[in-house]
Design a binder for this molecule. Sequence first.
Ligand SMILES: [Zn+2]
Length: 140
Amino acid sequence: MVEIQKAVYDDICQTLGEKEAECGGILGARMGEPISKFYFDHSGISTPDAYTPDYETINEILEEWAEDGMQMVGIIHSHGNEGNFPSCCDLYYCEQILRNNPSLKEFLLPIVTLAPFSIHVYRVSFFQKLRISKDNLLII
Ligand SMILES: [Zn+2]
């Protein structure tokens, strides 16, 4: 079970839930605590079949979060009707993040579907190969 604060969930509904598909943002938490931060990636690149995070801006946000003891625990983005499972591109950038941050044991890669609005949570870890498992979201 992945716990998320209600205010953060609402923020996701009001940003990703109301935009075109393939928009995204990052999720933050203190180690071992529920998700308590969301940054909507206004400047990320959205095309009809992929979302590419604006890493430069995200890195600045992460520095601010770090001062507050928060770290990035996942990247969330929306899909059109093509499905609720991460694409090969999604898994590829997730693998890069895990390889580049060995202290990160796992990463969340939730997919938002828009009609109807739903968040499908995946946990991704990398140890010799990429492992992915589905989980549920608990709004607290
Ligand atoms: Zn995707």
